[in-house]
Write a protein that binds this ligand. Structure first.
Ligand SMILES: *Cc1c(COP(=O)(O)O)cnc(C)c1O
Length: 410
């Protein structure tokens, strides 16, 4: 019984037997909340945060909300991280609501993105949100808007670094990009921001890297670049956001990032940092590394059918909820996410099945020719790594099926 390879089931969910999430079985959760269902396990997120704190003492931890903007998750996160990074006025609203809670530990909220409207910029100022300035044009608009009598903006210059995060799944820096200000344009932009409260720099080199050496190298270069730009401008930045890029193992052969090694590498780089950064605070912003493995997408089998000798398990879910598992969210070659019959984790396979959603498109393939224990109609299929870029990064309106429910457990 050999199917195509699948990614590794996160260790917290890999125990043989019925899949348990926060002490409840997947079947019981679907019974209680409906199918399809996104389940987010607080215990898994808490474990990631604890590991970060151990590896990165003294470094601020920011959560990049676009990975998962679920309100209950944000409220939970607000009590555990130092900052929220947003990418729209909508996310600013989510972030400020979550951060307003009395037990919130969030001190910094920032907004990044290549196209911020005037309304978004003014909203950021009103809420005390730091604007990561991404172009000469944006700096000019901020300068104009700041002459309205309502005071300066809190800003940081988002720099398009002159290097990239090696081996990263999604390149965000190095070369021509819509994101950030090219290094040679930074002096001009800082000059245009003289009326604003300039807090420092935001330098983001890439995403989804599992290579500790590559991240250590990018962080070292980021510190050097921030120091060079600060010296040239004659400013001592209060805050340097080092970006993130920590990846998670999605596919067969992926191994977890060694974040203790990254933490040790960063500590070594910071110990040698230039004098201009002596009093600077440093932040790392993470999305998927904090939440991806905590999420599981549960969907019930609606039909079993055979076509030309191939078995299809047709589920009540699909790419309108979990686009990434179908391979249509930023991957070049489609590979299988970790996937299992929820009641029988670790059971010996009986058959090779292709797990599809209910949408009328051949793209709606959640698992391609996977060796699974036999699943009957009504059984729950679990698709892992659904905590980041899942529900909010999928085309929910496509075909008009209902949205998936979400629940936090643990
Ligand atoms: C998307 C994004 C992140 C989060 O990326 P992950 O890969 O989910 O950690 C962080 N910072 C910026 C600027 C982003 O655009």
């Amino acid at each position: 019984m050999t199917g195509k390879p699948i990614g590794p089931i996160p260790p917290e969910f890999a125990a043989a037997g019925a899949l348990h999430l926060g002490g409840q079985t997947a079947d019981a959760l679907v019974e209680a909340h409906g199918s399809p269902l996104f389940v987010y396990d607080r215990g898994v997120m808490a474990a990631r945060i604890t590991r970060f704190r151990q590896a990165f003492a003294g470094i601020d931890l920011h959560y990049a909300i676009k990975a998962n903007p679920n309100a209950a998750l944000l409220g939970w996160m607000a009590e555990r991280v130092d900052g929220f990074d947003t990418a729209s006025a909508g996310e600013i609203q989510f972030a400020t609501e979550a951060a307003a809670h009395p037990r919130s530990s969030v001190r910094d909220i920032s907004i990044a993105g290549p196209g911020k409207s005037d309304d978004e910029l003014v909203e950021a100022r009103r809420r005390g949100v730091t604007v990561n300035v991404e172009s000469i044009g944006e700096a000019a608009r901020i300068d104009r808007l700041s002459r309205d009598g309502d005071g300066p903006f809190r800003v940081a210059v988002r720099v398009n670094p002159d290097f990239e995060l090696r081996g990263s799944g999604m390149r965000m820096g190095g070369g021509a990009r819509p994101f950030g200000v090219d290094v040679d344009q930074v002096p001009v932009v800082l000059n245009m921001l003289q009326r604003q409260q300039v807090r420092g720099f935001h330098i983001y080199a890439g995403s989804q890297s599992l290579d500790a050496e590559a991240i250590i190298d990018a962080q070292r270069r980021t510190i050097d670049l921030a120091a060079r730009l600060s010296d040239a401008a004659g400013i001592a930045p209060e805050l340097v956001n080092l970006g993130g890029g920590f990846g998670v193992p999605y596919f067969a052969g992926d191994t977890p990032l060694d974040i203790d090694a990254v933490g040790a590498g960063l500590a070594a780089s910071l110990a040698q940092r230039p004098a201009v950064l002596a009093d600077t605070r440093f932040a790392i912003e993470l999305g998927r590394w904090l939440v991806a493995e905590a999420g599981v997408y549960l969907t019930r089998v609606l039909d079993r059918k055979t076509s030309h000798g191939e078995l299809f398990l047709v589920t009540d879910g699909g790419l309108h909820h979990q686009l990434a598992a179908s391979g249509n969210f930023g991957t070049v070659v489609r590979r299988n996410y970790p996937i299992a019959v929820a009641a029988r984790i670790g059971a010996a396979p009986d058959e090779v099945a292709t797990v599809v959603g209910r949408l009328c498109t051949p793209l709606d393939r959640l698992g391609d020719r996977i060796a699974l224990p036999r699943a009957e109609v009504g059984d729950v299929i679990a698709i892992f790594l659904a905590g980041a870029y899942g529900r909010s990064a999928s085309p929910a309106a496509f075909l008009g099926h209902p949205a998936a429910a979400e629940v936090l457990v643990g």
